[in-house]
Ligand binder design. Sequence first.
Ligand code: FES
Length: 227
Amino acid sequence: MADQELIPIYIMNKQYLVPPTLTIMRALEYAGYKLIRGVGCRAGFCGACATVYRTAGDYRLKIGLACATLVEPEMYLAQIPFFPAPRAQYHLEELKPDMSALLKTYPEVLRCLSCGTCTKVCPQDIDVKDYMAEAMRGNIAGVADKSFDCIMCGLCAARCPAEEKQYQIAILCRRLYGKYLAPRAEHLHKRVQEIMDGKHDAELIRFKTMSKDELKKAYYERDIEPE
Ligand code: FES
């Protein structure tokens, strides 16, 4: 590609010329960086590639996922593959799904200022301030629900003036919700019991002896919604 079709970006304050069609992650690699941290799924799900940047002439600090954000001219970049926000040590069996769990593990939860910086910075557009308000009320189900799309990138904790670990609080609440509050899937329980009782053993042995074509036929002719 000719030079005039490339745009300047700055990585660690050093200028590189890269194609404007690249994501930040691809641009880092185009510039010669071999990514061994700060990269995972490459598809916006794992939260490994949090990035902060400024663009020329704009005072604001911006954020994005490196795998999902396109480069812009004069972008000054820094990766945050890890932010120091250690998870509290706990055993779910020793916690109750209420405020006592949060006070035991993350008592600093009550320091939240409700300033909303966390919400502004979240690349998933989660209203982090809102789920922190639920956390301060001890509403575990509310936090679990409102933080459901969190990918644990850590940007909320990185920007928090009250030094909260929002995403760690949220995943504790989702775990507590899953263990204690989520409705049980009775049909799943029933099916697991059937399997343990050997109800499907004969059928399984029959499938194992089938040819590939016989298996395909059986698959397409299966009863999709058995009574
Ligand atoms: S690499 Fe997984 S979210 Fe970007």
